[in-house]
Design a binder for this molecule. Structure first.
Ligand SMILES: Nc1nc2c(c(=O)[nH]1)N[C@@H](CN(C=O)c1ccc(C(=O)N[C@@H](CCC(=O)O)C(=O)O)cc1)CN2
Ligand code: MG
Length: 296
């Protein structure tokens, strides 16, 4: 049986380290680090995530600014709010919760965020910084995956890594980060021929495709480390209930893998913990204070 990579416990530890650094920051800067989160509409899952972000921000000793806008908010009004937050010195990080309602152009909103407050790492300037090895902000979910991988494996240098999925939010930045760690990286996707054979080459497999339990145990190299980014709700055995599963078939994969993240409790909790990490890093940069990022 594979080792279970406990993302919930790792995220708890990361939040405790952020809290220590945030207290230090407040003592040095004379103000709290601040995170602004903007939610447009009433998507139930987004409401849960935004509430958690606010609570965890405050629990880490940082200031939380929450903006909840009605679903019919015009795009121009959202852009004006982002511009106001760009100029607010109490705000070190800005996050606009995705997905946005269909009448709002997500790319336009992300492009309006000051790249130096873009703690989601979605702005093209931060995408370019990641691709060229410059300091910036890196998307929270893949950075969380990388932290779990390094905690489990130490140096990743020379490992064969396969990323299944090529989204801007997970797959592409994950691949860039693994290249920077000197892995040999393959990005596979829905058009990849013989996907099981490609996955079977990998020492490290990161799956972010949004298809419930797609990757099976017999697709894996024995001993591989498997990071499951998927979050899919499927009907449970009991009547009318649903359960959360990943993109990896946990039952068969955990018999072959060396280590694997569960769903829930694997990658998911890392997303918000890394957001808090990015926010405290941003606050130091804004205040011109030095921070040894390795303590996070
Ligand atoms: N602007 C952003 N929007 C979205 C992001 C993001 O990083 N930035 N990511 C996701 C949602 N998300 C945070 O926003 C998020 C997703 C999942 C979890 C999490 O803790 N998942 C748990 C299970 C939760 C459940 O039971 O439903 C787990 O996997 O254990 C936290 C945050 C999309 N939008
Ligand atoms: Mg998970």
């Amino acid at each position: 049986m594979a080792d279970i990579i406990d993302g919930k416990a790792f995220a708890e530890g990361l939040r405790a380290r952020v809290a220590t650094v945030a207290a230090d920051f407040e003592a040095q800067a004379g103000r709290k680090a601040g995170l602004a989160v903007v939610l447009v509409g009433e998507d139930p899952a987004s409401q849960v995530y935004v509430r958690s972000k606010g609570k965890q921000t405050v629990a880490c000793g940082m200031a939380s600014f929450e903006y909840r806008l009605p679903v019919e908010t015009p795009e121009a009004e959202l852009l004006a709010l982002v511009e106001k937050l760009n100029c607010d010195p109490a705000v070190d990080g800005i996050l606009v919760q995705l997905p946005l309602p269909s009448h709002i152009n997500e790319q336009k909103v992300i492009a309006t965020i000051n790249p130096d407050k873009d703690v989601d790492g979605f702005h093209v300037v931060n995408v370019g910084r990641l691709a060229t090895g410059l300091p910036g902000f890196v998307p929270c979910t893949p950075l969380g995956c990388l932290m779990l991988l390094k905690d489990k494996l130490g140096s990743l240098s020379g490992f064969e890594a396969v990323v299944v999925g090529r989204s801007n939010i997970v797959g592409k930045p994950m691949a860039q980060m693994l290249i920077a760690e000197s892995c040999t990286v393959t990005v596979a996707h829905s058009r990849t021929k013989d996907l099981p054979a490609v996955v079977r080459r990998a020492d490290i497999v990161v799956v972010a495709v949004g298809r419930a339990e797609m990757v099976k145990g017999d697709w894996l190299k024995p001993g591989a480390t498997v990071i499951d980014v998927g979050m899919n709700r499927i009907p449970a055995a009991e009547d009318g209930k649903t359960k959360l599963v990943g993109d990896v078939d946990f039952a068969s994969a955990s018999e072959v893998a060396g280590a694997i993240t569960p769903v829930p409790g694997g990658v998911g909790p890392m997303t918000i913990a890394v957001l808090l990490r990015n926010t405290i890093v941003s606050a130091h940069r804004a205040a011109g204070l030095e921070l040894d990022e390795s303590v996070l």
